[in-house]
Design a protein around this ligand. Structure first.
Ligand SMILES: CC(C)(COP(=O)(O)OP(=O)(O)OC[C@H]1O[C@@H](n2cnc3c(N)ncnc32)[C@H](O)[C@@H]1OP(=O)(O)O)[C@@H](O)C(=O)NCCC(=O)NCCS
Length: 340
């Protein structure tokens, strides 16, 4: 892709609620076991919001961390894009509420919805704004609080998700371009496989009764989504490599959507990637949806697994159906900040 200006990733940040919910805690709610959850998904615990915490409050914390990592003044941010499927309100957008709280006084702001692939879509949009020369500094945030939309009596879904936010700061650069390629896909014919169906204009409508509690929850055909994901991930990784003009062997790290360790392992195996190349924190946080990829990237950098310069492939999949990937170069090392 030939855009006039390069985009450099200069800041990473993340935030999760303080409340830890372990598999043992869930054994008290539904007919499940730590053994079942761990072997089928790799998840050991997740973070769940408590009273007063929202998508916006988590996103603000993640945004501040990314801004501080990059060492910039928030007033230079030109645009904030928030990828979320679980906003606090239909409007104002989550992006506008963050804009007001972080001192991004000159920034435009909007939300984008592509479920768990949202951060990849946001990255692609940010790259267009920076690459075209329209904006110099773009903050993208993935945040989801699925715990508010889970049926805590449904063992098929409630064990899988956690709440969180992840943020990336991108800046125009004359010297380097860190986003080598992005690849975005959608297939609405599979929309029914993973949905929170009745919170939009679809329902309630004139003359209807308010939605029953069951209709407000996340519904999923787990087996079908599993089948979709194990094909979508390798396909998206290979497609982004082709667009970037690199081979899969040139990838240093796979930073996948953290839905299920088995999906991640199966995809890595198909791609010929080794275990130590996989960046994974699904055991700690479960599936945090739009937050999962930036949170994993941040954790991989902070714990020293991803050392610059590194070529990383970010790959997401989820509701819509949507899937997509991005090849990025991580070069923004600041050892002092990484140790902090
Ligand atoms: C959900 C998922 C973990 C289930 O694993 P699986 O190996 O496919 O398990 P199955 O669907 O075959 O279910 C096996 C059994 O376990 C049961 N089961 C489901 N959830 C359970 C739980 N939390 N605890 C115990 N048993 C459970 C099922 O009811 C089923 O029982 P049955 O055989 O008596 O009907 C897996 O399909 C998956 O990860 N899918 C993708 C989900 C995903 O990533 N969604 C988000 C995308 S962004």
């Amino acid at each position: 892709m030939n855009l006039p200006f390069g985009a450099k990733l200069t800041g990473v940040g993340g935030a999760v609620p303080a409340q830890v919910v372990t598999n043992a805690d869930l054994e008290k709610l539904v007919d499940t076991s730590d053994e079942w959850i761990t072997t089928r998904t790799g998840i050991r615990e997740r973070r769940i919001v408590t009273q007063g915490e929202t998508a916006t409050s988590l996103a603000i914390e993640a945004a501040k961390q990314a801004i501080s990592y990059a060492g910039v003044d928030p007033s230079i941010i030109d645009l904030i894009i928030v990828a979320t499927s679980t906003p606090d309100n239909l409007y104002p957008s989550t992006a506008c509420m963050i804009q007001a709280s972080i001192g991004a006084s000159h920034s435009a702001a909007f939300d984008l919805e592509a479920a768990c692939t949202g951060i990849i879509y946001a990255l692609a949009v940010a790259q267009q704004f920076i690459g075209s020369g329209t904006y110099k500094t773009v903050l993208i945030i993935g945040v989801d609080v699925h715990s508010r939309f889970l049926n805590w009596e449904d063992r098929n879904t409630c064990v899988l998700f956690g709440d969180g936010a992840g943020a990336l700061l991108l800046q125009a650069s004359e010297e380097e371009n860190n986003i080598l390629a992005t690849y975005l896909r959608a297939d609405g014919t599979g929309g029914h496989l993973l949905q929170i169906p009745n919170l939009g204009t679809n329902y309630p409508h004139a003359g209807s009764t308010p939605p029953k509690a069951m209709h407000r929850f996340l519904h999923m055909n787990g087996r079908a989504v599993y089948g979709f994901a194990i094909n979508a991930v390798p396909e998206a990784v290979r497609a982004a490599c082709v667009k970037a003009g690199i081979a899969v062997e040139d990838i240093d790290f796979l930073v996948p959507h953290q839905a299920n360790r088995r999906i991640i392992n199966a995809a890595a195996e198909r791609l010929g990637l080794r275990q130590e190349q996989i960046v994974c924190n699904v055991d700690q946080y479960g599936n945090t949806s739009a937050a999962s990829i930036p949170l994993a990237l941040r954790d991989g950098i902070m714990r020293g697994q991803i050392k610059p310069p590194a070529t990383c492939v970010l790959v997401g999949f989820g509701g819509g159906l949507t899937w997509g990937s991005a090849i990025i170069r991580w070069t923004a090392c600041n050892h002092k900040k990484e140790k902090a």
